[in-house]
Design a protein around this ligand. Structure first.
Ligand SMILES: [Mg+2]
Length: 273
């Protein structure tokens, strides 16, 4: 890790850097190249699984830490920071800091709540790859990566009106519900903001003056946007956008991935990067 590190970018993937339907990032390639050349750490912070995130990391030639499953786990490449970190486990060249509840426990609790209340809640753990393909429009190979969950269960629910009641039941079991672009997500006491805090602390040991850009499009991105120096909301395809907390928040002029690229290039220019 180089010493000069005045800026880091945390970004959501689906609907923020990736097209919300086709998952393309074609229109962001140039902006990604600029970021890579300037050595700005670009940190994916997503509800996606580890394997899916690694897939996009490779495609985008990204070598930085990443946050999976709504802040459930932080993956940091071995020796990325030149100081010792405490972590929960190691896997395949990464150290992992776990903030989430193990998926096995989450699924047991969801089944208990579902059966008790007679609600129709179906999580990835109750689906086969074909069903995940249909719900996500992902091709087979990527749906297979998506289904391997560690800390967060994406689920569909027959009736969104029960969400407030479901949320109450989940809270009794120390579970939280987040509404993402396609699914509801059920997870422990983790969110993207808490995971971001952990990582930012490490970066600030390298450079205390770093500025943080964060980009997102959904409710699950709010904890991350609220903590950023420069929060950016990516407009959705239907022209709507996440409610801003503050009028200083930027809104992208287009949806992902073109909106992501435009606003990143604009901000880098404003900051004289
Ligand atoms: Mg999103």
């Amino acid at each position: 890790m180089k010493d000069i590190l005045p800026l880091i970018i945390f970004t959501d993937l689906d609907g923020t850097l990736l097209d919300s339907e086709s998952y393309s990032f074609e229109d962001a390639k140039q902006a990604l190249e600029i970021i890579r050349k300037k050595d700005i750490p670009l940190i994916f912070s997503t509800s996606k699984s580890r394997d899916e995130t690694i897939y996009y990391r490779k495609l985008m030639e990204n070598n930085h830490p990443f946050i999976v499953e709504n802040g459930g786990g932080i993956y940091i490449p071995f020796n990325y920071f030149n100081f010792e970190l405490s972590y929960n486990r190691k896997w395949n060249g990464y150290i992992i800091i776990e903030l989430g509840m193990p998926i096995k426990k989450i699924r047991e609790l969801i089944h208990k709540i579902r059966d008790k209340n007679g609600w129709q809640i179906k999580g990835f753990g109750d689906m086969d790859v074909e069903e995940v393909m249909n719900l996500t429009s992902l091709p087979y190979n990527q749906a297979k990566l998506a289904i391997v969950r560690e800390y967060d269960e994406p689920a569909v629910i027959h009736d969104r009106d029960i969400i407030p009641y479901l949320r109450k039941e989940l809270l009794k079991e120390k579970l939280n519900l987040t509404i993402g672009g396609r699914f509801i997500h059920i997870h422990g006491d983790n969110d993207k903001g808490k995971a971001m805090d952990k990582l930012v602390r490490f970066y600030k040991r390298v450079n205390p003056n770093i500025k943080i850009i964060a980009l997102g499009d959904s409710d699950n991105d709010l904890p991350m946007l609220k903590r950023a120096d420069i929060p950016i909301v990516i407009k959705r395809k239907d022209g709507t956008f996440l409610k801003k907390d503050d009028s200083s928040w930027r809104i992208s002029p287009y949806p992902a991935p073109k909106g992501w690229a435009c606003v990143i290039e604009e901000v880098l220019e404003d900051l004289n990067f």
